[in-house]
Design a protein around this ligand. Structure first.
Ligand code: 3PG
Length: 392
C-alpha cells in the first residue's frame, strides 16, 4: 500500500473517500469526530497543491434520494474546520458534477452528495466506480469506518483510478490496531454492546478464539436473554439469531472463555422514557410491554470482576441507551472501570467515543478508533476490502 505522503499531489485532482457517516438530527451534527479525524489528510493534500473532491455515504438511504441524508450540513461543518469554503455538489455522478470537478483549482474543495443515493454504491457496480474514478488523477481512501464494506467507492474506484493511496487516518488506525492486537497482552477482554445487532453475532464467534473474556451488553444481550429462555418483554431482540447466540454460549464454554452476560437490567417504556421503571434480574425476565434499556448494578459488579487485572481491553458499543440519563449508568460505570485499568484500552465506534466523552474519559483510554463494524472485523483478523483494494 502506498500512503498519501508518497504521492505527487501538485496540481492533481485528489478524490478522497472519507467516512462522514456522522449522527445528524434536524440538520445538526451530533458528533463531528469523524470529520475532525479526516483533517490531517485533507490539510496535507491542500498544502501540497492538490484540489480535493470528497465522497462519503451517510446513513442507509438504499438508493433513494433522502433530503435528510444530504451531506450538505457536513460540507458546512468541514468548511468551518478547514477555514476555507467547501462547495457542495448536487449529486456524486453526472455531467454537472463532472464540470464542477473539472473546474477545481488547487486549494479548492468539493463535497459530493451522498454516494448511497445511488444503489450502485452498495452493489459495488463497476460502471459507477469507473465514473467516479474518472473525476480524479489520484484516489485516496481515508474511510477507516467503512473499510469492511466492499462498495463501489471502496473497491471500484481504486481499480479504475490512475493512481491510489491510503490517507493518514487509514494508516494510523491500521498501524495502531495492527500492532496492539497482533500479540495482545493477556488477559485480553472484549466488550460488545451497541444497538446494531445482527452484523455482530458472527464476529463474536470468531473473537472467542482470541480473547480470555467476552462481555456482552446492549441490544445484543437481549437475544442471549431469549436464548437462555428468559422473558424479554418489548426489548429489541432478534429471534432468528437465538440459535447463533446458543452457539456463542456453547463455544465459549468449550474454549474456556469467560462469557459475561447481564445479570440484571434497568427497564423502561422506551429509550426516550423520562425515567426508568426499575431493575429486574435477568432470570426474572423483562415484564411484558417494557424494554431492557441498560444493565443493572449486579452486572456492573460482574463487569468489574471480569475486567480486573486485564491487560488489553477492546470496547465496541455502549451497554445501554446511554444518550438518556435514565439509562446511562451502566455504560458510564463501564467507561470508568476501563479508564481505571492499567492496560492497553481501545474504544471503537462513534457511540463508544461519545459515551467516553460523556463520562469525561475520552483521554483516559489508549486509543479511540473511528471504526465500529470495521474495527470489530479488523479485531477478528479479517482482511478488510478497503486495504485489499489498495494493494492491487
Ligand atoms: C459505520 O458507521 O459503521 C460506517 O460508516 C459504515 O456504515 P454502515 O454500517 O451503514 O455500512
Amino acid at each position: 500500500i502506498r500512503f498519501i505522503d508518497q504521492m505527487d499531489l501538485d496540481g492533481k485532482r485528489l478524490l478522497i473517500r472519507v467516512d462522514y457517516n456522522v449522527p445528524i438530527k434536524d440538520g445538526v451534527i451530533g458528533d463531528d469526530n469523524r470529520i475532525r479525524a479526516s483533517l490531517p489528510t485533507l490539510e496535507y493534500a491542500l498544502n501540497n497543491g492538490a484540489s480535493l473532491i470528497l465522497c462519503s455515504h451517510l446513513g442507509k438511504p438504499k438508493g433513494q434520494i433522502k433530503p435528510e441524508l444530504s451531506l450538505a450540513p457536513v460540507a458546512v461543518r468541514l468548511g468551518e474546520l478547514l477555514g476555507r469554503p467547501v462547495k457542495m455538489a448536487p449529486d456524486c455522478v453526472g455531467d454537472e458534477v463532472r464540470s464542477m470537478a473539472k473546474a477545481l483549482a488547487p486549494g479548492e474543495v468539493l463535497m459530493l452528495e451522498n454516494l448511497r443515493f445511488h444503489a450502485e454504491e452498495q452493489s459495488g457496480d463497476e460502471a459507477f466506480g469507473r465514473e467516479l474514478a474518472a473525476l480524479c488523477d489520484v484516489y485516496c481512501n481515508d474511510a477507516f469506518g467503512t473499510a469492511h464494506r466492499a462498495h463501489a467507492s471502496m473497491t471500484g474506484i481504486p481499480a479504475f483510478a490512475p493512481a491510489r493511496c491510503a490517507g493518514f487516518l487509514l494508516k494510523k488506525e491500521w498501524e495502531f490496531l495492527g500492532e496492539a492486537l497482533a500479540a495482545p497482552k493477556r488477559p485480553y477482554v472484549a466488550i460488545s454492546g451497541g444497538s446494531k445487532v445482527s452484523s455482530k453475532l458472527g464476529i463474536l464467534n470468531n473473537l472467542l478464539g482470541k480473547v480470555d473474556a467476552l462481555i456482552i451488553g446492549g441490544a445484543m444481550a437481549n437475544t442471549f436473554l431469549l436464548a437462555q429462555g428468559h422473558g424479554v418483554g418489548a426489548s429489541l431482540v432478534e429471534p432468528d439469531l437465538v440459535e447463533e447466540a446458543r452457539t456463542v454460549m456453547k463455544t465459549a464454554k468449550e474454549r474456556g472463555v469467560d462469557l459475561v452476560l447481564p445479570l440484571d437490567f434497568v427497564i423502561g417504556e422506551g429509550p426516550d422514557a423520562a425515567k426508568s421503571a426499575g431493575v429486574v434480574d435477568a432470570e426474572a425476565g423483562v415484564p411484558e410491554g417494557l424494554m431492557a434499556l441498560d444493565v443493572g448494578p449486579k452486572t456492573v459488579e460482574r463487569y468489574r470482576q471480569a475486567l480486573s487485572g486485564a491487560k488489553t481491553v477492546v470496547w465496541n458499543g455502549p451497554v445501554g441507551a446511554f444518550e438518556n440519563p435514565a439509562f446511562a449508568e451502566g455504560s458510564l460505570e463501564l467507561a470508568k472501570i476501563i479508564a481505571g485499568l492499567d492496560a492497553l484500552t481501545i474504544g471503537g465506534g462513534g457511540d463508544t467515543g461519545a459515551c467516553l466523552a460523556l463520562a469525561g474519559l475520552a483521554d483516559a483510554v489508549t486509543f479511540i478508533s473511528t471504526g465500529g463494524g470495521s474495527f470489530m472485523e479488523f479485531m477478528e483478523g479479517k482482511e478488510l476490502p478497503a486495504f485489499k483494494a489498495l494493494e492491487e
